[in-house]
Design a protein around this ligand. Structure first.
Ligand SMILES: [Zn+2]
Length: 187
């Protein structure tokens, strides 16, 4: 049974959104001729349980009860091979751009659902279980915003599972893109 949820970010081609590349990669159908970058990665055998597009649309590639290959060499609370006990959620995003508001909403709903179904005891980032090797979900992902959304929706117990503190600068950048000005954001 999964005990951990790992948040990722991915875009294919890098820093471009909306195309079919990510879906093709996770279903082992990526066309090596589709983009120069794909020639390097099309043989990777990777998968993730969920993919949250920029529109908030959420796809499931692997049922959460099954193992997927999203974490790679990793460890969490002293346990190696996080793929053996984790659910991987990929957000369509990158290290240089903010995420969309609807992605946070979709992610919060998915986390609440998964925490109700499985004995989850932690929610963290790929960079937290593979430090030095992975950077996603990256500096623009606002862990603070995610916690606040969960709490506001009545899922305080899920918010408490979110481990990373997040980088203050990333949170400020993310909040710039919310429908209220930074100076007027809720306390
Ligand atoms: Zn990742």
């Amino acid at each position: 049974m999964p005990e951990l949820i790992i948040i990722h970010a991915i875009s294919l081609p890098p820093e471009r959104f909306g195309g079919p590349g990510v879906e093709q990669l996770f279903t082992n159908r990526l066309d090596p001729a589709g983009h120069p970058y794909y020639a390097q990665i099309h043989t990777l055998r990777v998968s993730a349980h969920y993919f949250v597009r920029r529109t908030g649309e959420t796809l499931c590639f692997v049922p959460p009860e099954q193992r997927a290959w999203h974490a790679g060499v990793s460890s969490w609370r002293g346990r190696a091979r996080c793929n053996d006990f984790s659910i991987g959620i990929e957000l369509e995003g990158c290290d240089t751009l903010p995420f969309e508001a609807v992605q946070y909403v979709a992610l919060a709903g998915l986390l609440a659902d998964l925490c109700a179904r499985f004995p989850i005891t932690g929610i963290t980032g790929h960079s937290d279980v593979a430090p030095g090797r992975k950077t996603d979900p990256g500096p623009w992902f606002s862990w603070m915003r995610l916690r606040r959304l969960l709490t506001d929706a009545g899922h305080g117990e899920v918010a408490c599972q979110v481990e990373p503190e997040g980088r203050a600068g990333g949170d400020e950048g993310a909040l710039m893109h919310w429908p209220f000005p930074v100076g007027a954001r809720p306390a």
